[in-house]
Write a protein that binds this ligand. Structure first.
Ligand code: ADP
Ligand code: ZN
Length: 627
């Protein structure tokens, strides 16, 4: 009997039903069509090419940008009983030859390659030795020259359309505003009408923006309070900061490791491996880290500097909570970010078109930071998605910011900038406004200005917040010389003339406190009652013991723990306590191959648990038990 996609989903992956548009995309590809699939990170894109590859004749070819990650992807597939391999420079020549031979002989279901490898003439010859079932291009937005992850070798992938004209191609990405979509379809020649978009919402990620304060102690507090002992990514803008923050966090007792392109390759590899293979490692990194990371149990992504734009931000935060369990994305942000980012733009030697794209990205990011409405609604709108109601899981929804009519305050600040000659930074201007007896002010004679000491309605912090928001809205800017002097833009005039009113948020922006307790422990919902409390403490304890077993088995097999089973699957085992193979197979995430490989060990562990708690069940049986 011919197998259907649903058969494969159930027997190989152990899942019950397709999600989003998976079934449609798979049917479309099986029928020979090309497609672009847009879905959020964790949205289940890989199944969309893996299943057609298993159903159609011939091996599937997957283009994936990061060599370092192919190994884990392939290991995970092998656990499912799929004949997968990768071809890259980390393999010895004889290993490469063996993979090539297996491909030729039709003994592979899936072959992973990096784009630069694929476009080599010898590789193209090899691939043509048999007809591939499907070609998948992962992280397809790398083809976009205006995007944030541009990779020139992606542009060459359009040859696949010529060389393998009968083979269906699937491009996948998690980042795609309208413009990038059009570009991908065009550059990769995917044809019209083949774009599949699934919802971009990641409801389990809590989106928070907080005002930056206190350097690394803020990061430390956040991790300790909200995600103790859990895996997370801390993003910083510079390599120096990465090293400083990683050192500070380690010193404070966290398992924190640095990652940036300036580190020795061996160190990078080890750090990445530890992050993937151990529980609860925090990686402190520049954006060099993360593309293609598919560790499902990253519990938080913390940005200590503002990213360049919303696409990058949403993609980076999307690395949290791929397993669907609660996760946090926190961005700390301050006046300094606005100054720094604007300066980077001024200093950039990019051409006009690129500069304009960069500027638009920055504006959208700043707008996001200063929002006084639901953050998720704005994020989703940016990606062409629509959320009808506020989400209830972002800082604005959880503790709505106070706003105030800041028209007069803005006028005072703007005229103070003008009167001091547009030569000073925010800190100085604020000192003048509050009438400080700073010696510099007297030296410049600014104590005689009409704006000296008129800022009685706000304190220094409040004034800095106004300055930041005026910058974010493009009413103020900073000089090109890079010393951070504030300047008025044309948009300042209507404010000064009283022609527009301004509603600003009253700082501080703080991460909502009320949620701390509830968030301390991240447990899959099968273990929770309706109020988010722990339904059965014994099940939770069992879950922890199953995790220990998983770590042991994973270490022995040399794979990350989640490759054995996801947290969700373990939790279901802990809650349902399957007694035999059949019951175990009913649990989501247990397919035939994993059952064969790991089933016995987990059943044995669960059986021990039954023995330990045998007296309870005896009671359930009507009291005719041992005790
Ligand atoms: P993406 O490539 O879109 O980031 P993945 O393909 O890695 O996402 O899928 C994310 C997780 O969701 C994986 O662990 C995957 O096994 C799981 N998954 C995918 N499809 C389904 C489904 N239909 N039911 C349950 N889990 C699924
Ligand atoms: Zn919200």
């Amino acid at each position: 009997m011919p197998r259907t996609p649903l058969d494969i989903l159930r027997t190989v992956y152990g899942y019950d039903a397709f999600r989003g548009r998976q079934a449609e995309v798979i049917d479309h590809l099986r029928a020979g069509g090309d497609a672009l699939l847009l879905a959020p990170t964790g949205g289940g894109k890989s199944l969309c090419y893996q299943i057609p590859a298993l159903l159609r004749e011939g091996p599937g070819v997957v283009v994936s940008p990061l060599i370092a990650l192919m190994q884990d992807q392939v290991a995970a597939l092998q656990q499912l009983g799929v004949r997968a391999a990768f071809l890259n420079s980390t393999l010895e020549p004889h290993e490469q030859a063996a993979v090539a031979a297996a491909y030729r002989a039709g003994d592979l279901d899936l072959l992973y390659l990096a784009p630069e490898r694929l476009v080599r003439e010898d590789t193209l010859d090899l691939l043509a030795a048999t007809t591939p079932s499907i070609m998948a291009i992962d992280e397809a937005h790398c083809v976009s020259q205006w995007g944030h992850d541009f990779r020139p070798e992606y542009l060459q992938l359009d040859i696949l359309a010529d060389r393998f004209s009968g083979v269906p191609r699937l491009a996948c990405t998690a980042t795609a505003d309208e413009r990038t979509r059009v570009e991908i379809v065009e550059k990769l020649r995917l044809g019209d009408g083949n774009v599949f978009v699934t919802g971009f919402d990641r409801p389990n990620i809590r989106y928070l923006v907080a005002e930056r304060s206190g350097g690394t102690s803020q990061a430390l507090r956040f991790i300790r309070n909200e995600h103790p002992g859990q895996a997370g990514i801390v993003y910083c803008l510079s390599r120096k900061k990465v090293e400083r923050v990683a050192a500070a966090l380690s010193e404070a007792g966290l398992d924190a490791l640095p990652y940036h392109a300036g580190l020795d390759k061996a160190v990078r590899t080890v750090n990445q491996k530890r992050f993937l293979h151990e529980d609860g490692v925090v990686i402190v990194a520049t954006i060099a880290f993360g593309m293609g990371i598919d560790k499902p149990d990253v519990r938080f992504v913390l940005h200590l500097d503002m990213p360049a734009g919303l696409e990058a931000y949403y993609q980076e935060t999307g690395r949290a909570g791929r397993d669907g369990l609660p996760a946090t994305a926190l961005l700390t942000y301050g006046l300094q970010d606005v100054v720094l980012r604007r300066r980077m733009l001024e200093d950039s030697d990019a051409d006009d078109l690129h500069l304009r794209a960069e500027r638009r990205r920055l504006e959208s990011m700043l707008g996001y930071c200063e929002l006084v409405t639901c953050r998720r609604q704005t994020l989703l709108r940016h990606f062409g998605d629509h959320l009808p109601e506020p989400c209830g899981n972002c800082d604005v929804c959880l503790s709505p910011p106070e706003t105030f009519d800041a028209t007069e305050a803005a006028q005072k600040l703007l005229s103070c900038v003008a009167r001091t000659g547009q030569r000073f930074g925010a800190a100085y201007v604020v000192e003048v406004l509050v009438g400080s007896d700073n010696e510099r002010i007297f030296r410049f004679g600014h104590d005689r200005l009409s704006t000296y000491g008129i800022g009685t309605e706000l304190d220094r912090k409040g004034w800095r917040a106004v300055a930041r928001q005026l910058m974010a809205r493009g009413i103020l800017t900073t000089d090109a010389e890079g010393i951070g002097s504030l300047k008025l833009t044309p948009a300042a005039q209507p404010v000064l003339r009283g022609e527009t009113t301004l509603e600003l948020r009253r700082d501080p922006m703080k991460a909502p406190k009320s949620t701390r307790k509830r968030r301390k422990q991240v447990l899959p919902e099968v273990l929770l009652d309706d109020n988010g409390g722990l339904a059965d403490p014994e099940a939770a304890a069992r879950f922890e013991r199953l995790r220990e077993l998983r770590l042991k088995l994973a270490t022995e097999a040399g794979v990350p723990p989640y490759v054995v089973f996801h947290d969700k699957t373990l939790a279901a085992m802990a809650a349902l306590r399957p007694r035999d193979e059949e019951a175990l197979l009913q649990i989501s995430g247990v397919g035939e191959s994993k059952l064969e490989r790991w089933g016995a060990a987990f059943l044995a562990a669960l059986r021990d648990e039954h023995d330990l708690t045998g007296h309870e069940e005896a009671r359930d049986d009507g009291g005719a038990g041992l005790f």
